[in-house]
Design a binder for this molecule. Structure first.
Ligand code: GTP
Ligand code: MG
Length: 289
C-alpha cells in the first residue's frame, strides 16, 4: 500500500493545543471504535494522560461483534481500566454514561469541598481518532447540537469548550491519528472504518483486503449477504485467487455489472466498504484481544 499522509498539519497543531488544554481537564474520555479497539487508540495517549482520569469509550459498539467487545471489556477490567462499550446513537447507552458522569462528579465535588476548593463544572476533554463519534457524543451528552458532526473524518477542526448546564464543560477536539501507522492491518482497519478520508487511500486495496479478512473471520455473514458459497471456511488456506474469484462473484450477485457481463469492480469496491461501514453485512470486529 502506498504511503499516505495520515498526519496533516492541522493534526500536529491540534495535538499541541490538546496537550496544553489537558492541564485543565478533570476527566478524559477517549472515544475509540469498538471494531478496532487497538488501532483506534492513540499510542501516545497513555503518556499524555499520565495522572489524569481516563475513561475509554468503545463507540459504535452497535456495529461490532458483541462477543469480541465483551472480551476487550473483560481484559480491560483485569487491568483496572475503565472501558465502556456504547452505541453513541442510543438514548439508553448515553443516559447510562451520563449517570456515571454525574456520579463521578458527585465524588469530585465532595473531594473539592473537603479540600476547601471552589466547586466548578466537571471539565471533560473528549479525544480520539477521526470519525469515532466524539462530537456526536458531546451533542447527546449536553442535549443540544453544539458540535458539527458528519460521517466523514476530519470534521472538527478546532478545539472548543462547550458548556453543558451547571454540571459539565466539555472540550471537543479534532480527531488525531498516530504520526506513524506501522502495519498494513492497522492502515486497512482505519481506512475500512472511515477514520482516514476516502480520497487519499487506494480503495481497491482496502476493499479487497477487508473482503479477504471477512472470508476468514465471518464467512457465514459474507455468504448470507452476497449469496455466494464459500467452500473452505475459517481457514487461512483460502488463496488470493480464490478470494478474488469470490469477490467477483459477489459483485455480480449484487448487480454490479459492466459491459460484456463483466463485474463492475470499481462500483463493488465502494459498495462493499459502504455496506461494512453501515453494518449491513453484520456486526463485525476487526481486532481481537
Ligand atoms: N452506528 C453508529 N454510528 C455512530 C456512533 N457514534 C457516532 N456515529 C456516527 O459516526 C459519524 C461520525 O461522528 P462525529 O461525531 O462527527 O465523529 P468525530 O469523532 O467528531 O469526527 P471528527 O470531528 O472528524 O474527528 C456520524 O455519522 C455519527 O452519526 C455509534 O455509536 N454508532
Ligand atoms: Mg468531531
Amino acid at each position: 500500500m502506498k504511503e499516505i499522509n495520515w498526519f496533516p498539519g492541522h493534526m500536529a497543531k491540534s495535538r499541541r493545543e490538546l496537550l496544553s488544554s489537558l492541564t485543565r481537564a478533570d476527566l478524559i474520555l477517549e472515544v475509540c471504535d469498538a471494531r478496532l479497539p487497538s488501532s483506534s487508540r492513540h499510542p501516545d495517549l497513555d503518556k499524555l494522560f499520565r495522572k489524569k482520569a481516563v475513561w475509554t469509550i468503545l463507540g459504535k459498539a452497535d456495529l461490532a461483534d458483541p462477543s469480541c467487545t465483551e472480551k476487550w471489556l473483560r481484559q480491560a477490567a483485569t487491568k483496572d481500566m475503565v472501558w465502556l462499550a456504547l452505541n453513541i446513537l442510543s438514548y439508553n447507552d448515553l443516559m447510562d454514561l451520563k449517570r456515571r458522569l454525574l456520579d463521578y462528579n458527585q465524588q469530585y465535588i465532595f473531594i473539592a469541598r473537603q479540600k476547601g476548593k471552589k466547586v466548578s463544572p466537571l471539565r471533560i476533554v473528549v479525544v480520539g481518532i477521526p470519525n469515532s463519534g466524539k462530537s456526536t457524543l458531546i451533542n447527546r451528552l449536553i442535549g443540544r447540537k453544539s458540535a458539527r458532526t458528519s460521517n466523514k473524518p476530519g470534521v472538527t477542526r478546532k478545539l472548543a469548550w462547550i458548556r453543558g448546564g451547571t454540571d459539565f464543560e466539555v472540550l471537543d477536539t479534532p480527531g488525531i491519528l498516530p504520526p506513524r501507522l506501522d502495519t498494513f492491518e492497522m492502515k486497512r482497519n482505519l481506512a475500512a472504518t472511515g477514520a482516514i478520508p476516502d480520497d487519499i487511500l487506494p480503495i481497491e486495496e482496502v476493499s479487497f483486503a477487508l473482503f479477504r479478512q471477512l472470508l476468514i473471520d465471518y464467512p457465514d455473514l459474507i455468504e448470507a449477504r452476497f449469496g455466494i458459497g464459500i467452500k473452505s471456511k475459517n481457514t487461512f488456506a483460502l488463496s488470493v485467487e480464490e478470494s478474488w474469484e469470490l469477490f467477483q462473484q459477489a459483485a455480480l450477485k449484487r448487480n454490479c455489472l459492466a459491459s460484456g457481463g463483466q463485474p463492475d469492480l470499481p462500483r463493488f469496491f465502494n459498495l462493499f466498504i459502504q455496506e461494512f461501514r453501515s453494518g449491513k453485512i453484520g456486526r463485525i470486529s476487526l481486532e481481537w484481544p
